[in-house]
Write a protein of this length. Structure first.
Length: 148
């Protein structure tokens, strides 16, 4: 037996109901919709979310205040304390090394270094953004900062 020999058992599959194809078909005339009324028309009936004249749920819920910027840039945040514990003195810290160390989850997301913690080693930091406090701590420890 091959895949092209397979077929459904006789009587297990039923063809579509072909309405509006004459009285002999059993579904002619009004095509099973009855006489007149909203539901007999094309496109008739209530829309999704209609609650019988009651104010629908989507209109009862409060509107959210404020504004959400669709173009906001989300950064992968890294504190200098993490750099201190994961890297040795003299290392070049960039997106690839942060990803390899498991500090960030994706290379596609821009990285921002924040100043939480202390730095005693000198690094070369090459990231998209760095806070003023973090820059100050890295440079005070003898490191350099290159913003991309």
């Amino acid at each position: 037996m091959q895949i092209h020999d397979l077929f459904p058992a006789p009587g297990s599959r039923k063809g579509p109901k072909r309405v509006g194809r004459g009285h002999g078909s059993g579904h002619g005339g009004r095509s099973g919709r009855g006489d007149k009324g909203q539901l007999s028309r094309s496109g008739g009936g209530k829309g999704p979310g209609f609650e019988g004249g009651q104010n629908p749920l989507h209109m009862r819920l409060p509107k959210l205040p404020g504004f959400k910027n669709r173009f906001r840039t989300e950064y992968a945040v890294v504190n200098v304390s993490r750099l201190e514990e994961k890297f040795a003195a003299g290392d070049v810290i960039d997106v690839d090394s942060l990803f390899a160390a498991g500090i960030i989850k994706s290379k596609q997301v821009p990285v921002k270094v924040l100043g939480d913690g202390d730095v005693t080693k000198s690094f070369t930091v090459k990231v998209d953004k760095i806070s003023g406090q973090a820059r100050e701590k890295v440079e005070k420890a003898g490191g350099t900062v290159e913003a991309l």
